[in-house]
Design a protein around this ligand. Structure first.
Ligand code: AMP
Ligand code: ZN
Length: 473
């Protein structure tokens, strides 16, 4: 069976063929680290987690790079004339910009880990790659893909004729949802800034041949992906919003720089919605990932995120999270039933194990169809629940299969340690001891009391009643 992925560039599902046999190199656009990650952002990362885990399942050696944008992303996603998101947030919170960045990167990892999203091999920070970006800008200037106006460097979009047709968007016509702010320096309204001259209050600034300034938002992804993945790599991912500006600009920069094709497959996730609208920080209609995890737990949230196909919009509602919770419980119920079953003589589940694996792979090979893959696992688990009289070794194989498939989708499925409630247990012992006391077998009742004391449980007889205290050492 072959993996097919929907390539936004060709608008078709294509058979996935890596550039280098057995290896996949991919890049995903990451977080701008100026505030809490919202649960819509987490949807993007959970989607690429599924991609990565399934590639690993298929036996590929995967190398994944994701960025942290810590400079250059301006308020409103415009490319000049607005404040840097990091600087604005740092000013409002009265923090050093890089202290702010550290905080949100730490929070990102905490939330990421709670959602069981595999870490990338490299998290590259824009501020750590200013030289690489400048090198790229120099080449773009030499190749006449860029021009300088008053210390600012712009990409000349007309120098890259492919631009209009990228993603089939007719980007130079008004149709593209480009967020363009009028800038008299630009030759074409869709030209975009590669380097921006710092204004007086702009404390994030670096020397360059053109001005003391800072990079535009898009150049970081080109420079860092090429540095770590090479001039031609397999997959580039990001949220659907990037189809209109950020990704076309990345392509213009990278292919302008190398003079050849940059990325083979472009994958874009649909939005997470709230009340039918895209969840976004600028609209303020968001739940942070932390809020969602605190309310529902990381694994339920992850189940919710993977329950819809990555190219289908999904809604953040209590109802959908409740459904995710119930579906997750199905996994634990079956795994526990298997664990507690002694098994029998039947062998019919052996065939079902082969079938569920095949169906799971068919679903996932079809552009990572997670809802269908989950449905197949639920069907299988229903069969397991009704056939616990299979041989124990087959039941164990069924359990391994459920764990393998569930974990390939990114569920933790950790074995839950069973908690034993101490109080009812002690009460049973007290009752037993009181039987001895009633029968005047004080030797035995004292023995129980002394033995309990050694474990840190103190009994006190108050007339007929016995109370206990747990001693702290
Ligand atoms: P940002 O920090 O705004 O650059 O976003 C980080 C990632 O989250 C990008 O890949 C965005 O496309 C993606 N993203 C932002 N909002 C949503 C949303 N509501 N649903 C799904 N993905 C989103
Ligand atoms: Zn990017």
């Amino acid at each position: 069976m072959v993996l097919k992925l929907f390539n936004t560039m060709t608008r078709k599902k294509e058979v996935f063929k890596p550039i280098e046999k057995g290896k996949v190199r991919f890049y995903s656009c990451g977080q701008t680290v100026y505030s809490d990650m919202h649960i819509g952002n987490a949807r993007a990362y959970a989607s690429w987690d599924v991609l990565k885990r399934y590639l690993l399942y298929k036996g590929y050696d995967v190398f994944h790079v994701q960025n942290f944008t810590d400079v250059g992303h301006l308020v409103g996603d415009v490319d000049k004339g607005a404040e840097d998101k990091i600087l604005k947030s740092a000013r409002e919170k009265k923090m050093q910009p890089m202290a702010l960045v550290e905080k949100y990167i730490a929070d990102y990892f905490r939330d990421n880990d709670d959602l069981n999203i595999m870490r990338a091999d490299i998290y590259s920070r824009a501020t750590g790659h200013i030289l690489e970006m400048q090198e790229m800008i120099k080449v773009l200037l030499e190749k006449k893909h860029a021009y300088i106006v008053d210390g600012n460097v712009y990409y000349d979009i007309t120098s890259f004729p492919k631009y209009n047709d990228l993603f089939g968007m007719n980007l130079l016509k008004s149709g593209g949802k480009a967020r363009v702010k009028k800038d008299p320096n630009k030759r074409h309204p869709k030209d975009f800034a590669l380097w921006i001259k710092a204004t007086k209050g702009h404390i994030m600034r670096w020397p360059s041949p053109w001005s003391v300034g800072y990079p535009g938002w898009h150049i970081e992804c080109s420079a860092m992906s090429i540095k770590y993945l090479g001039e031609h790599f397999d997959i580039h991912c990001g949220g659907k919003d990037h189809i209109y500006v950020h990704h076309p600009n990345e392509i213009a920069q990278s292919e302008g720089y190398t003079g050849k094709k940059w990325v083979n497959y472009w994958l874009h996730n649909e939005f997470l919605l709230i009340n039918g609208e895209k969840m976004s920080k600028s609209k303020g209609n968001y739940y942070t990932t932390r809020q969602a995890i605190n309310e529902w737990g990381g694994e339920v949230v992850k189940m919710f995120l993977i329950s819809s196909h990555y190219r289908t919009a999904s809604n953040y509602t209590n109802e959908n999270l409740e459904t995710a919770k119930k579906n997750l419980e199905k996994f634990y119920t079956t795994l526990n039933l298997i664990k507690n079953s002694e098994g029998g003589k039947k062998t019919n589940l052996e065939k079902e194990i082969r079938i569920v694996k095949k169906k799971f792979e068919e679903a996932m090979d079809d552009d990572l169809n997670t809802p269908l893959a989950l449905k197949e696992i639920y069907e299988f688990m229903k069969k397991v629940n009704k056939n616990l009289d299979n041989k124990k070794e087959i039941l164990n194989k069924a359990s391994d299969t459920i764990l393998l498939l569930g974990r390939t989708l990114g569920l933790k499925l950790e074995e839950k340690k069973e908690k034993i409630e101490l109080e009812p247990l002690i009460k049973i012992i007290i009752d037993l001891r009181n039987e001895y006391r009633k029968n005047k077998n004080y030797k035995k009742s004292d023995e129980i009391r002394d033995k309990l004391l050694k474990t840190g449980i103190e009994l006190k007889d108050e007339g007929e009643k016995t109370v206990f205290a747990i001693k702290k050492f």
